[in-house]
Design a binder for this molecule. Structure first.
Ligand code: KG4
Ligand code: ZN
Length: 413
């Protein structure tokens, strides 16, 4: 009703007048909202529109995965060029698919931190351009917060909850107290699990197997591991086993896998394009050790939350998200941990675990409904390639020196 009247009004008034009127109506009525989200923090150009009920009206994702696979990894300049090429069509396609006009959009949520600076800059510049042109407020989004919060889109998860965020760039354990209140319990002191999977898959030449040729490294390692005939052939050391905190480390694990690979290549005199015969077993060892490490640190985080009353007994919820959360073995091992500690486990569906525009629009909606970070003077906004998640409790976790009795994982590959 309001919109048919507005369209009629729009014919008799200038477009800018109409935009201002609609925007001021939307600002006062938080019951109505269509939030457009833009994601360009790494190698996916994503856009989505979500309404006030959290329904996805449309989404578009342009993945650069195949190009980066061919290049042997993400080259930031290439990623930027592709974002520049696809950002406008991606946003237009989304609006068209939702059958909406800019008049119908309440605000634009955009990832500003953390991520590749060249990639983030494209999303920010385009969002600022849209904001100025159509007089829309911007809602700045922290990419990792969005990974965690998107789990609330399809599940009844109330604050506070524990979250484990595992991706190609991060490994984080945090308590989410509210939409904009995160308490960091642990983070990786070197690289991220997805990065290790990607590098190992490349070095192992998994791409040369047609079945894996179009898959990201993590998925290829998962599939190869599921075919292991001798999954205990390689024994890899558990990272940070003696450190009584919730931090992570994957560098040593990567080096151990690379060393075993090199050793086997020499032993079998492997030629350029060939894989070692034990590739599946080595992938299994990597996956199992990664899972044990993740479970170990999450177990201590649960213990810390319990002792410090960060999570009440009736809110024992764990959200696992980020691209690596697509991994079923990792998810199943964490499910086992949750069973032991009486936690409910949640993970977004796979397409919402990996980077996408929906999680940005959803985080935008959560902020919009609570009047958080709705920015009209967009000049002040800027990107941050490195950006910690919330308030750090890491030194408190270290001081607590909580012992944990390592849970024995019985999950089959
Ligand atoms: O969250 P995401 O899409 O991008 C970042 O923010 O980094 O995560 C991408 C990462 C990649 O490293 C990819 O190899 C990994 O997620 N990944 C997986 C699986 N699917 C994607 N890792 C393990 N198992 C999977 N099934
Ligand atoms: Zn991500």
């Amino acid at each position: 009703m309001l919109f048919s009247w507005l369209r009629h009004y729009a014919l008799s008034r200038s477009y800018a007048q109409t935009c201002r009127l609609l925007n001021s109506y939307q600002q006062t009525s938080k019951n109505y909202a269509n939030i457009l989200g833009i994601e360009t923090s790494c190698d996916d150009t994503g856009c989505a529109i979500i309404n006030e009920n959290g329904e996805v009206l449309a989404e578009t994702l342009h993945s650069q995965n195949l190009i980066h696979l061919r290049n042997g990894g993400i080259i930031p300049d290439v990623a930027q060029d592709l974002h520049r090429k696809y950002i406008e069509p991606t946003v237009h396609e989304t609006l068209e698919a939702a059958q909406l006009h800019w008049l119908d959009i309440s605000a634009i949520a955009v990832t500003l931190e953390p991520g590749l600076p060249l990639s983030l800059a494209i999303g920010m510049k385009y969002a600022k351009h849209l904001s100025r042109q159509y007089k829309k407020p911007l809602i700045p989004i922290h990419h990792m917060e969005a990974h965690a919060l998107v789990a609330r889109m399809q599940n009844e998860i109330s604050f506070p909850f524990l979250t484990l965020l595992i991706s190609g760039g991060h490994c984080l354990l945090a308590v989410v107290q509210d939409v904009n209140k995160f308490q960091l319990l642990g983070e990786s002191i070197d690289c991220a699990p997805g990065e290790v999977f990607d590098k190992v898959a490349r070095r192992m030449k998994l791409r040369n197997i047609p079945e894996y040729s179009q898959l990201c490294g993590g998925r290829a390692v998962e599939l190869a591991a599921s075919k292991a005939t001798n999954p205990h052939l390689f024994q890899l050391p558990l990272p940070l086993g003696d450190y009584k905190d919730c931090n992570f480390s994957f560098n040593g694990l990567k080096t151990s896998v690379m060393y075993q690979l090199y050793r086997k290549e020499k032993e079998h005199s492997i030629e350029a394009d060939k894989l070692i015969p034990e590739a599946n077993d080595l992938c299994a060892a990597l996956l199992m050790t990664t899972s044990r490490h993740l479970v170990h640190r999450t177990q201590r985080a649960m213990e810390f939350c319990h002792r410090n009353k960060l999570i009440p007994g009736d809110k024992k919820q764990l959200v696992v998200s980020g691209g690596v959360a697509c991994n079923n073995y990792i998810y199943n091992t964490l499910t086992e941990l949750c069973y032991e500690f009486e936690y409910q486990i949640y993970r977004p569906q796979p397409k919402l675990c990996t980077d996408n525009g929906i999680m940005i629009a959803w985080n935008g909606l959560e902020k919009w409904q609570r009047n958080i970070d709705i920015v009209t003077n967009v000049n002040s906004l800027d990107i941050k390639s490195v950006s910690p998640l919330g308030e750090s409790l890491i030194s408190r976790v270290k001081e607590a020196r909580l012992p944990t009795k390592l849970l024995k994982i019985k999950v089959k590959l």
